[in-house]
Design a protein around this ligand. Structure first.
Ligand code: C5P
Length: 239
């Protein structure tokens, strides 16, 4: 079993390298991974991933690739060459696209001798409910769609999915113990929920079967981010 702190992913949702470096200095070696999303990557590019590496830390590159298989395969090779620990794609891109992502990661890791990153799928964005799914032509419930896409991701050779707290148990049942579940929407008991609607505490999410927790604002906006991390880690250790 991984150490609790290695299962904590800090969402580096900041606008530029300067802010990123500030949080990296404070939180290095206190969390398992730093998640870089579209805002920071679009602003700072691969440099931010290099900076995280130079500080001895690893990256979850949260760019949610979604394109034709050839393009996603190429993007996946480049993500792997950046030496990230994880990156993700949209399961809605289909099995061929997901297989191209897995193969891109495998081949680039083989060529460079780097460790293959975990390739994760995003199933249904948590911003979509069943009404929104209907509007784009999907008539099933969110739960059914999440389960279908998680199984599809696993069959296509992906390593896991990003899943909201309420989906963890469902996917764990469908995809088994070895499928990696990364869960945002986690809030320590006495902190604000912000715009997250269905939240779990770190302990509840681990108990439900999550492997990694993604937490941003409860740490970033805390008066003392280090103390906030240590409290979360303590709760994770108690599970
Ligand atoms: O600040 P907070 O803890 O809500 O940050 C959670 C992170 O996880 C953000 O980067 C957010 O974009 C991401 N995320 C999420 N819900 C999803 C998928 C990703 O909150 N369903």
């Amino acid at each position: 079993m991984k150490q609790a702190r290695n299962r904590l992913i800090f969402a580096l949702d900041v606008p530029d390298l300067y802010e990123a470096e500030r949080y990296l200095r404070i939180l290095r070696d206190r969390v398992g991974l730093f998640k870089v999303g579209k805002e920071l990557f679009t602003h700072a590019g691969p440099r931010v991933v290099e900076m995280i590496g130079e500080m001895g830390q690893r990256t979850f590159l949260d760019l949610k690739f979604h394109d034709i298989p050839n393009t996603v395969g190429g993007a996946s090779r480049e993500a792997t060459r950046l030496n990230v620990a994880m990156f993700n794609v949209h399961a809605m891109g289909g099995p061929e696209m997901m297989a191209a992502a897995a193969e891109g990661a495998r081949s680039a890791a083989g060529e460079t001798g780097m460790e293959k990153p975990a390739v994760l799928a995003v199933t249904v964005l948590t911003s979509l409910d069943s009404d929104a799914l209907k509007l784009v032509g999907i008539d099933t419930s969110v739960e059914e769609e999440v389960e279908r896409l998680a199984r599809l991701a696993q069959e296509a050779g992906l390593d896991g999915v990003v899943a909201s707290p309420r989906e963890i148990a469902l996917i764990r049942r469908a995809c088994g113990r070895d499928f990696i579940l990364v869960t945002p929407g986690v809030r320590p008991a006495e902190t604000a929920k912000h715009d997250q609607r269905r939240v779990m505490t770190p302990g509840e999410a681990l108990q439900a079967g999550a492997d990694y927790l993604v937490i941003g604002r409860p740490i970033r906006l805390a008066r003392d981010p280090v103390e906030a991390v240590e409290r979360i880690v303590e709760e994770m250790e108690g599970v």
